[in-house]
Design a protein around this ligand. Structure first.
Ligand SMILES: Nc1ncnc2c1ncn2[C@@H]1O[C@H](COP(=O)(O)OP(=O)(O)OP(=O)(O)O)[C@@H](O)[C@H]1O
Ligand SMILES: [Mg+2]
Length: 240
């Protein structure tokens, strides 16, 4: 059974069909890609998975359990974490405090876990922000603020992490380090669903990719088959 399953999800906003019978899954530990042109429905699918958007029809299952009616904060407690395309961090707080707040919330519901301070420090280091840990987030470049968001998501000790364009704003070198971070996280058993326009990064880190276009999955498979897929090339990747 897959860790996360999306079954026949349709979302309509008035006359706009943002998602149309979407089937997708995250098998387990590993990085699964979700790519497609602007407006294809990627963020809307994230919103459905984490409970911020009720689907018009269809279901989302975690470990085979239907999440219908489960509120976003309860889904977070079940192990679904995400980052936002339009950054949502506490700008007036430091990098470390942003992550610590999430570690504290997690600790409240998991009293047997490691202490908040050590969890926070190890996550700050893990996402590569040790040198700016005491800086206010609004004083940092966007790319770093995105890493703060990833760190905050990790502080909830998720089983599945939804990343919405995490590498936008990162330099080439930082993107490389980010790919290494993703590789490390999946070794620890995390399932990651990655929305990303950096095709090189997607092809490097993903073992499986779903391609959305106008709310429909037009292809799914390993990076090699996706790169060769004619439909995907004309809809998104562009002709050679
Ligand atoms: N709350 C909303 N109300 C009405 N229409 C919406 C809403 N949210 C999204 N849409 C529409 O649904 C479609 C899918 O949008 P979505 O943001 O999910 O695309 P996306 O794949 O994340 O695009 P991008 O790569 O630009 O982030 C678009 O046509 C968008 O305008
Ligand atoms: Mg989006």
């Amino acid at each position: 059974m897959a860790l996360l399953e999306v079954r026949g999800v349709t979302v309509r906003f008035g006359g706009v069909t943002a998602l149309d019978g979407v089937e997708a899954e995250v098998a387990g530990a590993g990085v699964t890609g979700l790519i497609g042109p602007n407006g294809a429905g990627k963020t809307t699918l994230f919103n459905v998975i984490c409970g911020l958007q009720a689907p018009t029809s269809g279901r989302v299952l975690l470990d085979g359990d239907d999440l219908d009616g489960v509120a976003p904060h309860q889904r977070a407690r079940l192990g679904i974490a995400r980052t936002f395309q339009r950054l949502e961090v506490f700008g007036s707080m430091t990098v470390r405090d942003n992550i610590r707040v999430a570690a504290e919330v997690h600790r409240r519901h998991h009293r047997d876990g490691p202490p908040v301070e050590s969890t926070t420090d190890s996550i700050v280091e893990r996402v590569g922000l040790g040198s700016v840990a005491r800086e206010r987030v609004d004083s940092l470049p966007t790319g770093h603020a995105r890493l703060v968001e990833v760190g905050r998501a990790l502080a909830g000790q998720p089983r599945i992490l939804l990343l919405d364009e995490p590498s936008s704003g990162l330099s080439e070198e930082e993107t490389d380090a980010f790919a290494t971070l993703l590789d490390d996280l999946i070794v620890d058993g995390l399932g990651i669903l990655l929305v990303e326009h950096d095709v090189e990064l997607v092809m490097r880190v993903c073992s499986h990719i779903h391609v959305l276009d106008f709310g429909r999955v037009i292809a799914a498979g390993d990076p090699g088959s996706i790169q060769k897929d004619e439909l995907v090339r004309s809809a998104y990747l562009g002709a050679p």
